[in-house]
Design a binder for this molecule. Structure first.
Ligand SMILES: [Zn+2]
Length: 371
């Protein structure tokens, strides 16, 4: 989920917003100001409706965040590391690092978000219904309460990766002590729901021309993709089980001194051993990765005039891995970057290099038989 910008840290958790959320924010504000609030609460000025709509959208945003923080804080308490929270098109995603420690822990983490939504939904609805509030406050609270309860119901569908799917997986996992089986069942139901929503959405769109149909199909398509990703991740985890970065990396790779020209690099290094990238060392320190594709794109007559730094991916952009790191974690780290490879460092020394292709070969080989 790229292209998100950082909002800040809340309760020790990094919070980001995906660009798609800005679109959602604008859509919600627009539909509330032009349709929902004028219908619900007629006789006010347009400026009032716009103000109500902006406040309602901000409160909705805050309640999504609170839902995710519910997951995040509980995960922390269960001893799980957290990467952060990103708000995007369909709400929030808390990104966990590593695996759930136990079925019970996953159950508690999965339920914590919906519990927050339930609390907000009930509290706002009760306030709007029971207390006479001035101006448009009533309408805003009623809508925030309603939308939180709707989201709660959707989130509790027993379809992985929705919260209800995590609850289902945790229960199955606990019952049979088989994480892989539980994931496959919950993800398959997720895919089933995905197809159902797509089919229902298309039918709605075709027979009634309803805009809601397109929306429904879109959510189904998202669910299908996310459930499939969940299954693929599981398969990757099984294939890489027990493997560490050390087992898959190219140890002691051929390096290039940073003061070499491209011509020297071609003469001394590249003609002997052809690789896609070569670590560049600056006085023994890792300075970056030289990409062979870049070198070959430079005209021959410029090879002696340019040094290897001109074709180098700088060290800051290259992921750092540890030799004892689990291969599945390295895969996650590399898949989030465009470099597609990472350097394995120990105490400032370059131990090796691991590429996405190395990991891909291990994935193709499938799960190894344990001795
Ligand atoms: Zn949730």
């Amino acid at each position: 989920m790229g292209s998100s910008f950082r909002l800040g840290r809340i309760a020790g958790v990094d919070v980001g917003v995906n660009w798609s959320w800005l679109v959602v924010f604008a859509l919600i504000t627009w539909s509330l100001a032009s349709g929902v609030f004028p219908d619900q609460d007629p006789g006010r000025t347009q400026a009032t409706y716009v103000t109500m709509a902006v406040i309602a959208a901000v409160l909705f945003f805050a309640s999504l965040l609170a839902h995710e923080l519910g997951h995040a804080v509980t995960a922390r308490r269960e001893g799980m590391e957290l990467d952060g929270i990103t708000l995007w098109l369909f709400g929030g995603v808390a990104r966990f690092k590593g695996r759930f420690p136990s079925a019970g822990a996953e159950l508690r983490i999965a339920l914590a978000g919906p519990a927050v939504s339930l609390l907000i939904g009930v509290a706002c609805s009760l306030l709007a219904w029971a207390v006479a509030l001035p101006g448009g406050v009533d309408g805003v609270l009623a809508w925030v309460g309603y939308v939180n309860l709707i989201l709660l119901v959707f989130n509790l569908l027993p379809a992985l990766p929705l919260d209800g799917g995590r609850v289902l997986r945790a229960l199955l996992w606990g019952a049979r002590d088989d994480f892989a089986w539980a994931t496959n069942v919950a993800a398959s139901i997720g895919r089933g729901f995905g197809y159902l929503l797509i089919g229902g959405g298309i039918a709605l769109f075709a027979f009634q021309g309803a805009f809601g149909g397109a929306w429904l199909a879109f959510i189904g398509w998202f669910l299908l993709g996310a459930a499939t990703a969940e299954q693929r991740y599981l398969a990757a985890r099984q294939a890489l089980a027990g493997l560490r970065v050390r087992d898959l990396m190219t140890a002691d790779p051929i390096t290039v001194p940073s003061d070499h020209t491209l011509g020297e690099f071609i003469d001394d290094v590249a003609w002997q051993r052809r690789h896609t990238t070569y670590p560049v060392l600056d006085d023994g320190r890792f300075a970056g990765l030289l990409a062979f594709r870049c070198v070959s794109a430079v005209p021959r007559d410029q090879w002696d005039a340019r040094d290897v730094r001109s074709c180098m991916i700088p060290a800051e952009e290259v992921p750092r891995l540890r030799a004892d790191q689990e291969a599945i974690d390295a895969l996650e780290e590399l898949s989030g970057t465009s470099v597609n490879r990472g350097v394995v460092m120990d105490d400032g020394h370059l131990l090796g290099i691991l590429s996405a292709a190395d990991l891909g070969r291990a994935l193709e080989a499938g799960p190894r038989r344990r001795p």
